[in-house]
Design a protein around this ligand. Structure first.
Ligand code: NAP
Length: 247
């Protein structure tokens, strides 16, 4: 089932790779971004290069008004069939006793509330309960949800733990309404997110400790997301798929 996909945080990294792969699979794509308009336009151009429509929409997923604007842009393209809750943040490596309330609030607002609000709007459009024709949602978890982030970012890890539980709960809530909800749990993936932990060379440092002796690519995560969205995953629901190279 191709159609219209929203990819939050589609301007860079895993989000961009997902937007481009979905275009290859026949989707038109709403490319949400937070700040980097130029990067978002590069994603739009890459989608267009595959003969699909795309629109870049600036918006903070942690803002309800912005989320409504992102979905209004999708409504203008056509019938929403896919949501990828990809936008996510991490912060400087820190212990809990050094974290400000503002940091914790922002982490949960973007990573958790943002995914909830976007999923809510997707359900309103996809659910047969609301006159929709079904669809699929994929949330971005993280290996940190299992590894815990102790001494580094327990706030981030806990936000992704919330995503794991949310994925199963929402999947069961809307399973009879034509919507499947799944998640991918990436390990170490070569994107710019590691710079915001204060460790731009983190991937190179940790590479030899990884089971496959290499990091994953954004494209490899996108392939798992695209599969979860596809009809090939038609009985896969409420699942969190590790894309960690076995870590
Ligand atoms: P990234 O390279 O840092 O890109 C993050 C994307 O999210 C950018 O497009 C950014 O937009 C957007 N974004 C950030 N805050 C936003 C907000 N408040 N509202 C809307 N968009 C926002 O990150 P990534 O590595 O691709 O990670 C993507 C997802 O995978 C995240 O949920 C992350 O937690 C998860 N993940 C990543 C890894 C990894 O190793 N890379 C591992 C596990 C899980 P701008 O360009 O405008 O800033």
């Amino acid at each position: 089932m191709a159609g219209i996909a929203i990819v939050t945080g589609g301007s860079r990294g895993i989000g961009r790779a997902t937007a481009v792969l979905l275009a290859e699979r026949g989707y038109d794509v709403v490319v949400n971004y937070n700040a980097d308009a130029r990067a978002a336009e590069e994603t739009v151009a890459a989608v267009n290069a595959h003969g699909r429509q795309a629109v870049a929409v600036k918006g903070d997923v942690g803002s309800e008004a912005d989320v409504l604007a992102i979905f209004a842009a999708a409504d203008r393209l056509g019938r929403l069939t896919a949501l990828v809750n990809n936008a996510g943040i991490v912060d400087m490596q820190s212990r809990l006793d050094e974290m400000s309330a503002a940091r914790i609030e922002r982490m949960l607002r973007v990573n958790v509330t943002g995914s909830f609000l976007c999923a809510r709007e997707a359900v309103k459009r996809m659910s047969t309960r609301h006159g929709g024709q079904g669809g699929a949602i994929v949330n971005l978890s993280s290996a940190a949800a299992v590894l815990s982030g102790a001494g580094q970012y327990v706030d981030y890890a806990a936000s992704k733990g919330a995503i794991d539980v949310f994925t199963l709960g929402l999947a069961r809530e809307v399973a009879a309404e034509g919507i499947r909800v799944n998640a991918v749990r990436p390990g170490i993936i070569d994107t710019e997110i590691h710079a915001s932990i204060g460790q731009p060379d983190r991937v190179a440092q940790i590479r030899d400790q990884l089971p496959m002796k290499r990091e994953g690519t954004a494209r490899e995560v996108a392939q798992a997301i695209a599969w979860q969205l596809s009809d090939e995953a038609s009985y896969t629901n409420g699942t969190v798929l590790n894309v960690t190279g076995g870590r």
